[in-house]
Design a binder for this molecule. Structure first.
Ligand code: FAD
Length: 395
């Protein structure tokens, strides 16, 4: 057994590509986008990401890409601070940690490590998967067909591999009630500076507008609002019209950000969802990352789980010796799942009130959150907020 197809060149897919490429597998990665997908906000190295990156020998490179951030501040529509939490408040492990990098940079570092070891098929995807006596016949959208020994679906929360193997998304998706749009704003001469601060402007009606410093002078912009589904999955224009309606009455720099969203090359929008599946594999198809267990960005652990999942899957395949003993594949996939399941289940258990904390419903709720953030840094209440910040919202 040696031929593996990984669907999705995201964090999980490219991390697995490095592990399996180095272990001698013949790896193909198919990615629907025309090139490596960039964009996204920051991810941090908590939850064990550091250890996996160190195992891959990529930690030093990752550490050179850290974003210089001074902290997080909750502001009103005139940018007056309601509360602020410097990076140092919880020894670098608060709501904004001292070890964060842009998702773009992590994706690029993993991709550069994988590229010499594996083949990429960009701008393509799986159209149909058919089980054969000793493999999976993959029909690509481009019209090609090839046989693989193993197919790994690492194609994100809206996974096509999952749809083809386990059924429609509605059976597994649990919306959390919020949606998020994000893009990079290239700094121009007259762009107000963030001075290293991640600014959050909460607005009644479960809405917030956020700007955080990037790595190269750009600002990463986010809009959060209440939604369980997005008719706007139809396309960018529809999505931006939706944002314009949702945020029409919002002050601060909202109008500037909405105008910039139209031109941003990396604009993206999605709902905050979780994905719950009873099993992550069926025959020779296995899911990895958000496609299998998306815990949502509110868990703060999407990247850590993706990296850990890739490491566990690679380890399980190696330990069972499936390259020489294909019959051991079932045991290897079961071992991967049982090693990872407890970690995933814990990450998916969001603390009560976690969703409302990100986007309070009322002006009172906004003031309450700001008060909690201020008071929570005082000695007496520190352990409570520390737990929230360290776990960033999960049990
Ligand atoms: C561009 C982008 C920006 C993101 N920004 C953030 C962020 O700011 N904050 C946050 O918490 N999380 C963000 N995420 C999600 C985050 O990366 C994941 O939650 C986490 O890293 C788990 O990684 P994953 O590899 O399972 O999924 P992802 O990182 O989402 O990767 C999935 C990959 O599969 C590809 N793909 C999708 N469908 C197909 C298909 N049919 N065929 C082939 N390939 C396909 C996608 O283009 C993508 O490259 C972002 C994801 C992307 C793709």
């Amino acid at each position: 057994m040696s031929r593996v197809l990984i669907v999705g060149a995201g964090i999980a897919g490219d991390c697995l590509a490095v592990f399996l490429g180095r272990a001698g597998w013949d790896v193909t990665v198919v990615e629907i986008a025309p090139g490596l997908r960039t964009g996204g906000q920051t991810v941090d190295l908590r939850g064990g990401s550091r250890e996996v990156l160190a195992e891959l020998g990529l930690l030093d490179e990752v550490l050179t890409a850290l974003v210089p951030q001074r902290g997080i501040a909750w502001i009103d529509d005139r940018e007056r601070r309601l509360a602020a939490m410097p990076v140092e408040a919880f020894d670098g492990r608060g709501f904004v940690s001292s070890e964060e990098l842009l998702r773009t940079d992590l994706a690029r570092i993993l991709h550069d490590a994988a590229a010499p070891l594996v083949q990429y098929r960009f701008a393509d995807t799986v159209e149909r998967l058919t089980s054969t006596a000793d493999g999976v016949r993959v029909h690509f959208r481009s019209g090609d067909a090839e046989e693989f020994d193993l197919v790994v679906g690492a194609d994100g929360a809206h996974s096509r591999t999952r749809g083809l193997t386990f059924g429609p998304e509605k059976n597994f998706r649990r919306p959390l009630g919020l949606a998020h749009a994000w893009f990079s704003l290239t700094e121009k001469q007259d762009t107000p500076t963030l001075d290293g601060w991640y600014l959050v402007h909460n607005v009644p009606g479960c809405r917030s507008v956020e700007a955080r410093p990037g790595h190269r002078g750009e600002q990463e912009i986010g809009f959060t609002f209440a939604a369980t589904d997005l008719p706007a999955r139809a396309g960018r224009d529809a999505a931006i019209e939706l944002l314009e309606r949702e945020f029409a009455d919002v002050g601060w720099r909202t109008a500037e950000f909405l105008a910039a969203a139209r031109a941003a090359p990396d604009f993206a929008i999605d709902t905050y969802d979780q994905v719950h599946l009873e099993r992550w594999s069926a025959g020779r198809v296995v899911l990895l990352g958000d496609s299998a267990w998306c815990a949502s960005p509110l868990s703060g652990l999407g990247t850590a789980l993706a990296l850990h999942g890739a490491a566990e899957l690679a380890q399980a395949l190696a330990s069972a010796g499936v390259r020489r003993h294909p019959d051991a594949l079932g045991n290897a996939l079961a071992a991967y799942e049982s090693a990872l399941r407890p970690r995933v289940t814990a990450a998916q258990k969001l603390l009560p009130g976690r969703v409302r904390m990100v986007a309070p419903r009322t002006a009172l709720g906004i003031r309450g959150t700001a008060l909690l953030m201020r008071a929570g840094q005082a000695r007496l209440l520190k352990p409570v907020l520390e737990r929230l910040a360290e776990g960033r919202g999960h049990d």
